[in-house]
Design a binder for this molecule. Structure first.
Ligand code: ATR
Length: 273
């Protein structure tokens, strides 16, 4: 049977096996999908061993995405732009192709929630790996403006400079931000510590859409905060997780699984509904 897995550390909590097993059942593909948690300095060897032993493809998650970028034979344009690889496919020619489906997953999830990206003013919080992966796919949707803001301003400036050939992206400090924005995307890891990015509450209004790439069984700190300040449309990153997986599955198998039912089952599994 064709074998796939996700590399991460820690990875025991990963929902990828659950999601891909449902995709496989739905599309009647015969495959198995497991977990691998190599020591941080043993990822390269573990990856090689997996493919030497007949593995067909894998996902890569924290903290290995940047390392995976350096280990594959060939990069998709979107992986090159993202500077990170979250999906690897062994091609029929024996080439390890590195791809990045995170940004596409974000955009697909925003669209599935009915968020309009064309001509919109988007504010992206954070300038780490998650922000980098999101920038090109967001700019491809032709927003009128995309502002990147980050606690460490130099990193936002660096990202804006790197992506300004693709669209109207600028860097501003949290203090400089002037609304109204149509969409705020939180790509910071602040919610992991239950912390909040230092965003002025005045930027939140009733018609704004709020997206947090993080997710949990209950609202993230950022989503709770935005709701308190009047945001009516809030979304967490669970849909992005399922959409990036669907995109990876499509890369591997050439068939696109439906995501709605799988997202519903995942929510049930997490106790969200
Ligand atoms: P990831 O790969 O998930 O993006 P990362 O590359 O470590 O992770 O980036 C984390 C991002 O969250 C950074 O933009 C970080 O800001 P700094 O560059 O200033 O470190 C941001 N971040 C983390 N904790 C934060 C907090 N409490 N408030 C605001 N931003 C925070």
């Amino acid at each position: 049977m064709d074998r796939y897995l996700v590399f991460g550390h820690p990875v025991r909590h990963s929902k990828s096996p659950f999601i891909h097993t449902l995709f496989a059942r739905q599309t009647q593909q015969e495959l198995e999908y497991g977990l691998a948690e190599p020591a941080v300095d043993e990822f390269a060897q573990a990856l090689r061993t997996f493919f030497d032993q007949g593995g067909k493809g894998c996902n890569v998650t924290v903290p290995f995405k940047e390392q995976a970028f350096t280990l594959v034979d060939c990069l998709s344009p979107r992986a090159k732009r993202a500077g990170a690889v979250n999906t690897i496919k062994l091609t029929d020619d024996g080439v390890l192709l590195g791809d990045n489906t995170d940004g596409a997953g974000l955009v697909a999830d925003l669209k599935s929630h009915g968020v309009t990206l064309a001509d919109s003013r988007i504010l992206l919080l954070g300038a780490g790996g998650a922000a980098r992966g999101a920038l090109a796919p967001l700019l491809a949707e032709l927003p009128s403006e995309l502002v990147v803001t980050n606690r460490t301003h130099a990193k936002a400036q660096q990202l804006a400079a790197e992506f300004c050939d693709l669209g109207p992206v600028t860097a501003q400090t949290y203090e400089q931000l002037a609304g109204p924005f149509d969409l705020v995307i939180n790509s910071t890891s602040a919610s992991l510590q239950g912390a909040l990015p230092p965003l002025a509450p005045a930027l939140i209004h009733t018609d704004i859409a709020i997206y947090d790439m993080m997710y949990g069984a209950s609202d993230t700190a950022f989503i709770s905060w935005a709701k308190q300040h009047g945001a009516r449309q809030t979304m967490d990153g669970l849909g992005m997780l399922v959409e990036q997986a669907a995109e990876a599955f499509t890369v591997w198998r050439g068939i696109r699984p439906g995501t709605k039912q799988v997202l519903r089952e995942l929510k049930r599994n997490l106790g969200v509904i």
